[in-house]
Design a binder for this molecule. Structure first.
Ligand code: GDP
Ligand code: IMO
Ligand code: MG
Length: 423
């Protein structure tokens, strides 16, 4: 039984909270793409955790957590996260595994990511600076270093030597920046190799065996559908496939093994970094929602841009991901509002669009067409059953289902586990 959890907007939908909640009834949680650009928040037993690489199921002492082949893994970020968890009493031994085929993020990937984004000037993407795009670029350029290469010191050194030849040329001659030393990196990474070695396995084999044995697996997506390299608001996207299809390529499991896909949607919309955002609040209302929703990046601390729910986007996410269900998060953030809007279509130069346009030119110029609904103006805390929600909150949820053509199966009304309604 494999359930894929995917973001339906621009990331930060509350995937961490929902995954932690659902993980209770699962055996394995496996991340399938991205890297330390993710920031998944879980609040459990009064403590707050932000996971960048480690899957959001790790807080249960008996769950297996996996980083699949689709990831880009920065050993520095990974080891600092592991040691942080150890300090907080969370033991990962024999229940945390990393794929041999995942790609390694090295210091020059991070530096080049930051330099290149700055050089874009007005066209800056606002990346997280974690070396994500540059590591995936090397993967596709057949210049990448995989974890399995890293484990063999000789292979690592040889691959690093070739890579550094190119990177240092670029850094010195083009960017006039510092260059990297082979001996220094290979020396430093020797210590990392020793630490990481014990976690490395063939995760695709492991997961397929687990599926055979009837284990329950959650495939954890990072980022979201509109940050997808193929289906997002290109070029303002990340460098991987957060969409549900990415779970197959990023974990090495066949499409016939996926039983369910749950899309996570915030009750409104946020985006961090640059790129078009039709329903974005342009006035002080944005500040108000940012405060109410505590919308600050979990990885970079940047204030998140806020806006109304865009049902055109979530409907498109339903199609691209083949969603079985939706989980609506942060409904409580809208508690105090008198009126709530939902974008149901767009105007583009006098024409109505009912669908997400692939053209960046179109999407950056569309004006949302809104429907307005009355707010419920009630506190949702403590509500455990759908039928106990205020009528106007139910109307809002029902309208989301109608517009997106996807049934809601979970509602989150607060950041902690208890604030969850299962339908
Ligand atoms: P992710 O990247 O999709 O895992 O989401 P983030 O962790 O980056 O951002 C979601 C933020 O909202 C975190 O601070 C969560 O603790 C918080 N959160 C999640 N669900 C809810 C909810 O239903 N209500 C409120 N108020 N906060 C929530
Ligand atoms: P989670 O998993 C929100 C955004 C960055 C930038 C763009 C490209 O927590 O939802 P990258 O560093 O990936 O090359 O940056 O993507 N971005 C995210 N936005 N949530 C995330 O992850 C994100 N990961 C990357 O802000 O706009
Ligand atoms: Mg996040």
């Amino acid at each position: 039984m494999v359930t894929v959890i995917v973001g339906t907007q621009w990331g930060d939908e509350g995937k961490g909270k929902v995954i932690d909640y659902l993980a209770r009834d699962c055996d394995i949680v496996a991340r399938y793409q991205g890297g330390a650009n993710a920031g998944h928040t879980v609040i459990a037993n009064g403590k707050k955790y932000i996971f960048h690489l480690i899957p959001s199921g790790i807080l249960y002492p008996n769950k297996i957590c996996i980083l699949g082949n689709g990831l880009v893994v920065d050993p520095v970020a990974l080891l600092s996260e592991i040691s942080g968890l150890k300090k907080r009493g969370i033991n990962l031994n024999r229940r945390f595994f990393v794929s041999e085929n995942a790609h390694l993020t090295l210091p020059y990937h991070k530096l080049l990511d930051q330099i290149e984004d700055k050089k874009r000037g007005k066209g800056k993407l606002g990346t997280t600076g974690r070396g994500i795009g540059t590591t995936y670029t090397d993967k596709y350029a057949r210049l990448g270093i995989r974890i399995v290469d890293f484990l063999n010191e000789k292979t690592f050194r040889e691959k690093l030597r070739i890579s550094l030849k190119l990177k240092n040329y670029l850094l010195k001659k083009y960017y006039e920046e510092k260059i990297y030393n082979l001996e220094k990196i290979s020396g430093e990474y020797q210590a990392y190799r020793k630490e990481i070695k014990k976690y490395v396995i063939d995760t695709s084999f492991y997961l397929n065996q687990a599926i055979k044995k009837g284990k329950k697996i959650l495939a954890e997506g990072a980022q979201g559908t509109f940050l997808d390299i193929d289906f997002g608001t290109y070029p303002y996207v990340t460098a991987s496939n957060p969409i549900a299809g990415g779970a197959c390529t990023g974990l090495g499991i066949g499409p016939t093994k996926i039983n369910k896909v749950i899309g996570i949607a915030k009750a409104y919309t946020t985006r961090v970094g640059k790129g078009p955002f039709p329903t974005e609040f342009k006035d002080e209302f944005g500040e108000k929602i940012r405060k109410l929703g505590n919308e600050f990046g979990a990885t970079t601390g940047r204030p998140r841009r806020c806006g109304w729910l865009d049902a055109v986007l979530v409907k498109q996410a339903g199609i691209i991901n083949g969603l079985s269900n939706l989980a609506i998060t942060k409904l409580d953030v809208l508690n105090s509002l008198k009126k709530i809007r939902i974008a149901v279509g767009y105007h583009y130069r006098g024409r109505r669009l009912n669908q997400f346009p692939n053209s960046f030119e179109f999407f950056s110029q569309v004006k949302p067409i809104y429907e307005e609904m009355p707010g419920w103006q009630k506190d949702l805390s403590g509500i455990k059953r759908y039928q106990d929600l205020p009528g106007k909150a139910k109307d809002y949820l029902k309208r989301i289902e109608d517009l997106t053509e996807v049934k809601i199966s979970l509602i989150s009304t607060g950041p902690v586990r208890q604030d969850t309604i299962l339908l």
